[in-house]
Design a binder for this molecule. Structure first.
Ligand SMILES: [Ca+2]
Length: 368
């Protein structure tokens, strides 16, 4: 049977020829000692910064139930102080009334009062917090009142519309409520739809969420997965429709069962540090170590795999409406998840903990 005028035998022969050519190339590389500069497995491209330029990030957080969101913002600002990241926008994905002011207080502490703060103006999840109200009361914030926060979806659209193509990293450490609304946002005037903006402008989405245990990785939710479960409808829509690259940072990377933690050393920072105060309020006294699910995601979004992690970049997440999933193997596509890295046979957990801890307690470059 012919295939576009060529026989199946011809196609097989061409395939064998291609394999032989690749083997010859590999042999040539090994013999000459030349190492290919570019590794063109699509998912490897796009890690970390491009040619040393700061990574452009939109930070989206449930700044309410857990204190590691505040720790994540500390890491993000510390990396900005090192010139590794430009923070384009900071948004909350929940309706906790003091979350926008807490985010603004953290931006203010690190001397970045000009970063826009967004909040959902729709019926997003509403969760209590042990720290947002008191942080908002005690610390200065450039945002005068929570109501002054921009509509999160409008903020996403504005920032993406102004960005260069394929330049923005979206970093979520909370629910996917904003992203769902963004993907459903219609075109307005000359501005493309939210879906089109993501397709054109987003280089990568770094998503804290899911448990990637076993082979194939599957999540039965027995270890919990707050970021997916709190707004299931949004999560399902976003993961099924996301038109760009996504890297999942699973809970095993910085939370259970990894055991990685940081926060106790915040006691070494000044009392006017709102991150320290958030940890103190969360623990009802002295700041203690807390898991680092969100801070690890920040570290990945800015520095890429580096010498911290490996990644599984073939196949895709087969997510069910109840938020259980199994990873379906297949060709490399736009989805992947981080893998813990072992160095000399040992996990490098301590190295990652120390990196995060150092960034979390790093004093602001500009004094508040
Ligand atoms: Ca979070």
């Amino acid at each position: 049977m012919s295939l576009q005028g060529r026989s199946l035998t011809d196609s097989r022969r061409d395939g064998k020829t291609a394999i032989v050519m690749h083997l010859k190339y590999l042999r040539q590389v090994l013999m000459t000692g030349l190492v290919p500069v570019l590794v063109v497995f699509g998912c490897v491209i796009g890690e970390g910064s491009l040619a040393g330029a700061p990574v452009k990030v939109i930070f989206d957080s449930d700044m309410d139930s857990d204190c590691d969101d505040a720790g994540a913002m500390a890491v993000l600002h510390a990396l900005a102080d090192k010139g590794e990241v430009e923070i384009l926008a900071t948004v909350t994905c929940g309706r906790n009334a003091w979350a926008p002011l807490t985010i603004s207080a953290l931006n203010t502490y690190y001397g970045r009062t000009n970063i826009p703060v967004g909040a959902p103006k729709f019926n997003a999840p509403l969760r209590e917090s042990k720290y947002t109200r008191l942080v908002a009361d005690k610390f200065p914030h450039a945002l005068r009142q929570s109501e002054d926060a921009e509509d999160a979806v409008e903020l996403y659209c504005r920032v993406l519309d102004q960005a260069e193509d394929n330049s923005v990293v979206i970093l979520t450490v909370g629910y996917l409520s904003n992203l769902s609304a963004l993907l459903k946002q219609s075109a307005k005037g000359n501005r493309p739809s939210g879906m089109e903006l993501v397709r054109r402008k987003v280089r990568q989405w770094a998503c804290m969420g899911g448990n990637f245990l076993g082979t194939p990785a599957r999540d039965d939710l027995k270890l919990g997965n707050t970021n997916f479960v709190v707004d299931k409808e949004a999560t399902y829509y976003v993961i099924k429709h996301w038109p760009a690259r996504v890297m999942f940072v699973g809970r095993e990377i910085g939370s259970v069962p990894s055991g990685l933690k940081a926060g106790a050393r915040l006691v070494e920072t000044p009392e006017n540090n709102p991150v320290r105060f958030a940890y103190e309020l969360y623990f009802g006294g002295k700041a203690k170590d807390r898991h680092v699910a969100d801070p690890t995601t920040v570290l990945y979004a800015v520095r890429g795999l580096g010498d911290y992690w490996d990644a599984h970049t073939t196949g895709s997440m087969d997510l069910q409406p109840d938020m259980t999933f199994e990873w379906k193997e297949g060709a490399a596509c736009n989805q992947g998840y981080l893998l813990k890295k072992r160095v000399n046979g040992k996990p490098n957990d301590q190295y990652i903990e120390q990196t995060i801890e150092g960034l979390m307690i790093q004093p602001p470059r500009k004094s508040p």
